[in-house]
Ligand binder design. Structure first.
Ligand code: Z5A
Length: 212
């Protein structure tokens, strides 16, 4: 079977990382080779860009346009260095955020023109598009409370945005998923970790069956 590219999207604290780890174990138990990765990041260059975007003092006052290009630069490297080669080798790639994050955070929440964001996204990814996108939908109040409970009181640059920003993110994701129902599967992030893992497992199993 050819590789399979699954992306996870959702707001802060929606449970993406937790669910990616669980899905990786489930898929590996069936003998599949799985690559777990994230954005921004996933390569040495991408992780350096992640640091600039989230923690480096030089990121203070970053313009929305610079932010868009930095996320996209990380992605362009990630696709060429890691994701596309893994898919060519027949592996399953599980990616925590991908181009939909840019469409929503920079396009919707930062209000950059959607056509410009689309063009930059397409330039960054080329032909490498997700086969399946799991959107974990959760109210930002609950997601941010989870993130705050886990933190030691320090928040990265994006985590300091307003509740309205994260509400726009949630609404943007739901609109995007409704516009592309064949690619998106929307799941309720307020379920327990185990319930959500079962739901995701069922969606992924169905996708694999449909391709074999
Ligand atoms: N961003 C962007 O603007 N443009 C882009 O193109 C890209 C990204 C790619 C990356 O943040 C930031 O960059 C993000 C979007 C922006 N910013 N914001 N805001 P990140 O990678 O640092 O963080 P994140 O992607 O938002 O993930 P996260 O905060 O680590 O959350 P998560 O991975 O979705 O959740 P988790 O780590 O699995 O769980 C969070 C906590 O909740 C943890 O303590 C768990 O134990 C707990 N948890 C998980 N599941 C459950 C359930 N089901 N019930 C109860 N508790 C749970």
């Amino acid at each position: 079977m050819k590789g399979l590219f699954i992306t996870f999207e959702g707001g802060e604290g929606s449970g993406k990382s937790t669910q990616i780890s669980a899905l990786k174990k489930r898929l590996e138990a069936t003998g599949r080779e799985v690559v777990e990765t994230r954005e921004p990041g996933g390569t040495q260059l991408g992780e350096s860009i992640r640091h600039l975007l989230q923690h480096d003092g030089s990121g203070e006052g970053m313009s929305a346009e610079s932010e868009l290009l930095l996320f996209s630069a990380s992605r362009a490297q990630h696709v060429r260095e890691l994701i596309a080669p893994a898919l060519t080798a027949g592996k399953i790639v599980l990616c925590d955020r991908f181009l939909d994050s840019t469409a929503i955070y920079q396009g919707v929440a930062r209000a950059i023109d959607a056509n410009q964001v689309k063009a930059i996204n397409e330039f960054a990814v080329g032909l490498t598009k997700p086969d399946l996108t799991i959107l974990i939908d959760l109210s930002p109040e609950v997601g941010l409370a989870r993130v705050r409970a886990r933190s030691n009181g320090e928040f990265d640059r994006m985590e300091q945005e307003s509740l309205e920003f994260f509400q726009a993110v949630r609404a943007g994701y739901l609109d995007l998923a409704a516009a592309e129902p064949e690619r998106f599967s929307v799941l309720d992030g307020s379920q327990s970790v185990e319930e959500l893992s079962e739901s995701i497992g069922a969606v992924v199993d169905a996708k694999i069956r449909s391709l074999s």
